[in-house]
Ligand binder design. Structure first.
Ligand code: MTE
Ligand code: MO
Length: 200
């Protein structure tokens, strides 16, 4: 008999049920960067929410970001190069908090990074407690090679959607390809449906 307690969370499911098709589990934390690791001091770090007309809606500096309510998600991550890492623990701010009170008809978002990386997502996938801007991994400041000082974390999509060195979110009226999407990666990237390439 299956009993789901009120406190049931995804990460209490057995790991065998948490391996998407075509993935293998790893204990390592591989580094995958398309270019050099940008140096982003927290003294000059900014995170900007930009509207569909290019207007600056909100900006946080490092101190202001730290004053926002923080969450500690523990989630599985799935890279399109086929590794899955279970139960990764992070600390950061829910994107719901950043979008609070923003009135928009935007359908999509471009995540933008220091260094120029971009990746596109439906706005709905960043809300509902499913996406965070994280600055801490395993209780320690996020190392630069993994996206520190802060990265996007969207664990329900392939990990290329989790932009490292994130500098902001730009609201879009329609879907537009980001960096990997423009060279053939899937526009959405659901690991459970193996949406690796545009043709999947
Ligand atoms: N800014 C930026 N973010 C990025 C990337 C990148 O090259 N630049 N690579 C993506 C890819 S393909 C993956 S799998 C993950 C890798 O994150 P990791 O290096 O912390 O494992 O970051 C994603 N975010
Ligand atoms: Mo990746």
């Amino acid at each position: 008999m299956n009993t789901l307690s009120p406190g049931f969370h995804g990460h209490t499911r057995p790991r065998s049920d948490r391996l998407p098709p075509g993935q293998y589990p790893t204990e390592q934390f591989p580094v995958l960067s398309a270019g050099p690791t940008p140096e982003v001091p927290t003294s000059t770090w900014e995170f900007t929410l930009t509207g569909t007309e290019g207007e600056r809606l909100r900006t946080w500096d490092w101190a202001g970001f730290g004053d926002l309510p923080q969450e500690e998600p523990t989630v599985d991550i799935h890279c399109v190069t086929r590794w899955t890492k279970w139960d990764t623990s992070w600390r950061g701010v829910s994107v719901d908090v950043l979008l609070e009170g923003v009135d928009t008809s935007a359908s999509h978002v471009m995540a933008e990074s220091y260094g120029g990386y971009t990746t596109n997502l439906p706005l709905a996938d960043l809300t509902g407690g499913r996406a965070w801007i994280v600055h801490t991994f395993d209780g320690l400041p996020l190392p630069p090679e993994h996206g520190g000082p802060a990265r996007l974390l969207v664990p329900h999509l392939y990990f290329w959607k989790s932009a490292k060195w994130v500098s902001g979110l730009r609201l879009l009226d329609r879907d537009e390809p980001g960096f990997w999407e423009s060279v053939g990666y899937h526009m959405y990237g659901d690991p459970w449906r193996e949406q690796r390439n545009r043709s999947d």
